[in-house]
Ligand binder design. Structure first.
Ligand code: HEC
Length: 150
């Protein structure tokens, strides 16, 4: 019992300690004119879904409710944001050529259809980000249409 208590105390101290480690916050005051939502005519339900599910890692602006500020969540998120933005940044959408847009759309469709995005580790905490079967179909249909209109 004593050992368990000591371990619990050490873990608690470590948990409190890591809360003070610095993190880069992914935040920006303005939305660039190249943003996906500004250059496309996106129905509001698709827009809300993408912003809730993808924008934390694929834009210049992450929402930081308390649970995103708690370590180690903040660290995981920081790593994912760097990698995610390198692959796709919805804020910079219109700076891509039509060819690259088409290839990103194919990739987005694949990720959503296969339930690879948003990441499971993310939807575990961000319940609103998870897709229902219906939402998958709705968003995929929108992306297909957009791809065909390029
Ligand atoms: C928790 C952060 C996070 C969220 C939320 C997230 N992604 Fe990602 N995404 C990543 C990371 C990290 C990568 C790069 C590594 C990988 O492919 O797994 C990535 C890669 C991608 C890629 C490129 C994949 C490839 O290999 O071609 C696409 C497309 C993508 N994400 C789309 C989305 C869409 C659409 C959503 C919302 C439905 C979303 N992501 C939500 C973190 C995230």
């Amino acid at each position: 019992m004593k050992v368990v208590k000591i371990i619990a105390i050490i873990l608690l101290i470590a948990f409190v300690g890591i809360q003070f480690m610095p993190v880069d916050r992914n935040q920006s005051d303005s939305v660039p004119k190249t943003d996906f939502m500004l250059v496309n005519d996106v129905p509001s339900d698709v827009k809300d879904k993408l912003q809730a599910s993808c924008y934390d890692c694929h834009s210049n602006n992450t929402q930081y409710p308390w649970y995103n500020k708690v370590q180690p969540v903040a660290w995981f998120l920081e790593g994912h944001i760097k990698e995610g933005k390198a692959e796709l940044n919805f804020n910079m959408w219109d700076s891509l050529s039509s060819r690259r847009k088409a290839s990103k759309l194919r990739s987005i469709i694949k990720q959503i259809e296969n339930s690879e995005m948003p990441l499971d580790s993310y939807t575990l905490i961000h319940k609103k980000a998870a897709f229902s079967e219906e939402e998958i179909q709705q968003v995929v249909k929108y992306m297909e249409n957009l791809k065909d209109s390029l």
